[in-house]
Ligand binder design. Structure first.
Ligand code: ADP
Ligand code: ASP
Ligand code: MG
Length: 421
């Protein structure tokens, strides 16, 4: 007998027929002799719809009230899944974020899980009841509802798995594993049998939304075994134990599994960034701090940063990227600080994509970045910004060139599957 946390994403939960199929997978997993808890997302498109209502109500919305609205999608699906399981003769009940509770900090709209009270949950699982937990939501110290950032149900699932000391956390989605790049963009993408925590962390953080970044760092920290697999299977398909998707493994485990790891593991595209340029900023100590200080205080993450060399008059342009969701607040804050910072104009551009290549092989091989720049140059794709880490190179390009860039890089690094069109 194993204890398994199963997580189902938005497309898996999109409508009563899909929920029936999910319930069937859950019922069969329990019938195979396992203790199960299930974490669910809102129906596909529902969170976007709720976010849209918040924007219409107030463009500069209060994140605490935003959380009240957007957490609702998961409340609906957790109740529906419990009802469907009951209709199949299973014992099941929902546990909302505030009922467990899933305790978070108070960073609304991007809260971090601090603790999960798992006693009641474990007792119910041991009694043969299927616990259904809405992902994405939690409770802050003041007793207000929080959400964990888009895609946060993955993190809820890993946190629940850590709290109940699950043997495995199975993340069911609409693809059957982690691929070398988004299989919906590149037909020649290849499924990876395993990927290391570190690589998955980088891939997720640069836009492979198959797993939320925080879910991977939490799994790595807590040693949770995570598997990515598809819920789009026949009702009598083999269970997760026999139909493995992609396993997230440690470096040591990977060495035992694969003779030779590819130099580049994967390529990701992130369309959620926006570029901000402040022109004619004074080239003096403290100028850059006066830009990024207020953004940090407002919990706005800055990703890529470029500062040009000073032109005449000791002035320079500063360019950086933030998420598109933070763009309105960034603009408002910088306008407020215009006098203090002393810039001339603010230019913003949301039509950009960040393309990243990731692989642990980069540590020991030179020339990965050079290949990237040359491949893009050959296609006349202009690079607007660059950033690197030990196992990643990222570039910012025009959003219209996203697909082309991913495809040519996938080929250039020898990642194309030989049997796909
Ligand atoms: P869910 O609703 O189940 O959480 P998501 O839409 O968040 O699903 O994540 C699954 C999607 O991630 C896939 O449909 C796929 O388009 C996308 N994706 C991006 N990069 C990858 C990758 N490297 N491997 C697999 N899927 C990827
Ligand atoms: N429903 C939330 C979202 O769309 C959380 C999730 O699905 O993981 O971002
Ligand atoms: Mg997701």
């Amino acid at each position: 007998m194993a204890r398994i946390v199963m997580k189902f994403g938005g497309t898996s939960m999109a409508g009563t027929e899909r929920i029936r199929r999910v319930a069937n997978i859950v019922r069969r997993q329990q019938a195979a002799g396992h203790e199960v808890a299930v974490v669910v997302s809102a129906m596909a498109g529902e969170t976007d719809r709720l976010v849209g209502f918040c924007r219409e109500a107030n463009a500069l919305y209060d994140p605490a009230e935003y959380d009240v609205v957007v957490a609702a999608g998961e409340q609906v699906t957790s109740g529906l899944l419990a009802l469907t399981l009951q209709a199949m003769g299973c014992k099941a009940r929902s546990w909302l974020g505030w009922q467990l509770p899933i305790k978070t900090d108070d960073a609304h709209a991007k809260a971090r899980i601090e603790d999960i009270d798992s006693d009641a949950l474990v007792a119910s699982m041991q009694a043969g009841e299927i616990a259904v937990i809405p992902g994405f939501q939690g409770l802050d110290p003041a007793g207000r509802v929080t959400t964990l950032g888009r895609g946060g149900s993955d993190t809820s699932a890993v946190a629940v798995a850590a709290a109940v000391k699950a043997d495995r956390c199975d993340i069911y989605t609409d693809v059957d594993g982690v691929y070398t790049t988004d299989p919906r963009i590149v037909a020649k993408a290849r499924k990876l049998p395993s990927v290391t925590y570190e690589e998955m962390l980088e891939l997720a953080s640069v836009g492979s939304k198959v797993l939320q970044t925080r879910s991977v760092s939490l799994a790595m920290k807590e040693g949770v075994r995570v598997q990515v697999l598809s819920s789009f299977v026949d009702d009598d398909a083999p269970l997760a134990d026999d139909l493995p998707g992609t396993m997230i493994v440690s470096d040591e485990e990977l060495e035992g599994l694969e003779m030779e790891h590819q130099l580049i593991t994967g390529i990701a595209a992130d369309k959620n960034e926006a570029k901000v340029t402040l022109t004619r900023v004074a080239d003096r100590p403290g100028a850059v701090a006066s830009i990024f200080g207020p953004l940090a205080a407002a919990n706005i993450n800055v990703d890529m940063i470029i500062q040009n060399v000073a032109k005449d008059k000791g002035e320079t342009d500063v360019t950086f990227t933030v998420t598109q969701a933070d763009l309105d607040r960034t603009q408002a804050l910088l306008e407020e600080q215009k006098e203090t910072i002393g810039f001339y104009r603010m230019i913003t551009d949301s039509k950009v994509t960040k393309i990243s290549v990731v692989g642990v092989g980069m540590r020991s091989h030179a020339g990965i970045a050079a290949t990237m720049f040359k491949t893009l140059a050959d296609r006349r794709i202009n690079i607007q910004a660059i950033s690197t880490s030990e196992i990643k190179v990222s570039v910012l390009i025009d959003a219209d060139e996203t697909e082309l860039a991913v495809r040519v890089l996938h080929t250039a690094y020898g990642l194309d599957a030989t049997d796909a069109g």
